[in-house]
Design a protein around this ligand. Structure first.
Ligand code: SAH
Length: 485
């Protein structure tokens, strides 16, 4: 077996590097070299347009023609061969070897004397990954995982600690003590402050830590929107939060597939089992958040869709603020967006709707406070959340307020999930259609001309079901509207 590679970060700032090849691959290497401050010299008979532009701008030097050892001039520090001509790559590699110049031959581990790792970059923090040249796909996969794990705040952290390095060394000259200091610091509030974009407070926290003051408990709450079921709708931020969680307090609406993505040893607690006892349940959630955060844990409060859209996220933050618990919010894809996308319903459309209204139909009280005449205005799309039990009432109110009985609707049940069903029809048929197809919660009601587009634009799951039985030719046993009513 070969000896392992020696990992190395090279300072190429201001140094000349020869790149042999003028195509797209060479262009990518040139870009990386420029990023590191190197002065690329590109040897090739022709240059790809992006390289030509760089040459015209004086940012790279062009050596026109085929490779010759003369190109390995005195001032060259490093060589990259990026042509699709094996003979040229070989000639470059062997001539470089003779001059003791390190050479990388793209996609050729045998000819290469150094390898270019897959890199995750967060400001001054660089994480390089190598598979020893044998399995670049594995390195690429690992890079994706690391990308998910480390957000931009790591760059700010690295920058801040780099800037204070002398200070920290002077304060803790002993290596072991310094290491303990860093461990405590990184477990403390500093990283969270940087994630929340609070630079001044972060500097303060570091100053306090250097002065030897004990950091406040590092527990915090992340209020995270999980999207409406399909794990593909999680954001990268949500995935990061799930990766870091000590405790996850999740709603019933959060799918098992999403929870599976969380850190394995995170404690998962389902909160909110029934629709009854709403307020005690909310108090219970508040108490759990407080208890775990005060114990120094990273709590993820995970909600279906988005926490700020009919999700009581505001109340939870007010509670946390009142108790001095730091928090972050990660937005999620709300049911209106997920259901519309998966049912083929554009929520706005230049021909049909210039406004979108998200409405809660949670209970009679909330329905009675709605401005129905405004909801009945033309050229808009209405999306009702939590409306399955109130469809007849919603129809009556909209018709009374003047919305035409032929206005299209779509009911989207279990939107974005494998079990998704869509029922379309006209407003006058709404309640009976839902009953006929036994539409159940969670389902979303879309009212407006765009709803009819589901019949034309559907792409996910089964085609929409229709409100009325297919007329005349239908068998007599098919229930009619009158039957269902
Ligand atoms: N905060 C959530 C909404 C919570 S209210 C969000 O932003 O999506 C719960 C209501 O959301 C349900 O009654 C239903 O109307 C809707 N809903 C949530 N997920 C849904 C899904 N996958 N399909 C259809 N409706 C859904």
């Amino acid at each position: 077996m070969n000896a392992p590679l020696f990992p190395l970060f090279a300072d190429l700032n201001g140094r000349a590097v020869l790149v042999v090849g003028g195509g797209a691959v060479a262009a990518r290497k040139v870009e990386a070299l420029l990023h590191a401050g190197a002065r690329p010299r590109v040897g090739a008979p022709e240059l790809a347009p992006s390289l030509r532009a760089l040459a015209d701008a004086g940012r790279i030097e062009w050596l026109p023609g085929r490779f010759t050892p003369d190109w390995l001039a005195e001032d060259i520090w490093l060589v990259v061969a990026a042509t699709d001509d094996v003979a040229v790559n070989q000639a470059t590699a062997s001539a470089s070897g003779e001059r003791r110049l390190f050479v990388n031959v793209v996609d050729d581990a045998q000819l290469s004397r150094f390898h270019l790792p897959a890199v995750v970059e967060r400001g001054p923090l660089q994480i390089a990954i190598s598979s020893g040249g044998g399995a670049p796909m594995v390195a690429r996969h690992v890079r994706r995982r690391i990308e998910e794990l480390f957000d931009d705040s790591w760059g700010r952290l690295t920058e801040l600690l780099g800037r204070k390095r002398a200070h920290i060394r002077a304060r803790f000259p002993d290596t072991a003590a310094r290491r303990r200091f860093f461990d405590r610091l990184l477990e403390g509030p500093l990283p969270g402050l940087l994630r929340r974009g609070q630079r001044a407070a972060a500097e303060d926290a570091l100053r306090h830590a250097l002065a030897g003051e004990a950091p406040a408990a590092a527990g915090s709450v992340m209020l995270v929107g999980a999207g409406s079921g399909d794990p593909g709708l999680l954001t990268l931020g949500a995935l990061r939060a799930l990766n870091q969680a000590d405790v996850i307090l999740h709603d019933r609406l959060v799918s098992a597939e999403v929870l599976q993505l969380a850190r394995r040893d995170a404690e998962r607690i389902e909160v909110g089992k029934s629709a009854r006892g709403h307020s005690t349940r909310q108090e219970h959630i508040h108490a759990l958040m407080l208890e775990h955060a005060r114990a120094g844990r990273r709590v993820v409060r995970l909600k279906g869709g988005d926490a700020f859209v009919f999700g009581r996220g505001g109340e939870e933050l007010q509670f946390l603020r009142a108790h001095g618990i730091p928090y972050e919010v990660v937005p999620g894809i709300t049911a209106a967006l997920a259901c519309a996308a998966h049912a083929g319903i554009p929520l706005t459309h230049r021909d049909h709707a210039q406004q979108l209204r998200l409405v809660t139909a949670h209970c009679r009280d909330s329905l009675d406070t709605l401005d129905w005449p405004a909801l009945a205005a033309p050229r808009q799309t209405l999306v009702f959340y939590m409306g399955v039990a109130a469809l007849a009432h919603i129809r009556t109110q909209l018709l009374d307020a003047g919305l035409p009985a032929a206005t299209p609707f779509a009911l989207v049940e279990n939107g974005s999930r494998a079990e998704q069903r869509v029922v379309t029809g006209q407003l006058r048929q709404l309640a009976e259609a839902a009953e006929r197809h036994r539409v159940q919660s969670p389902a979303l009601l879309v009212v407006g001309d765009v709803a009819a587009l589901a019949d034309e634009l559907h792409w996910f799951g089964d085609a929409p079901l229709h409100a009325a039985a297919p007329s005349l030719s239908a068998p007599t046993t098919t229930p009619t509207l009158a039957d269902a009513a």
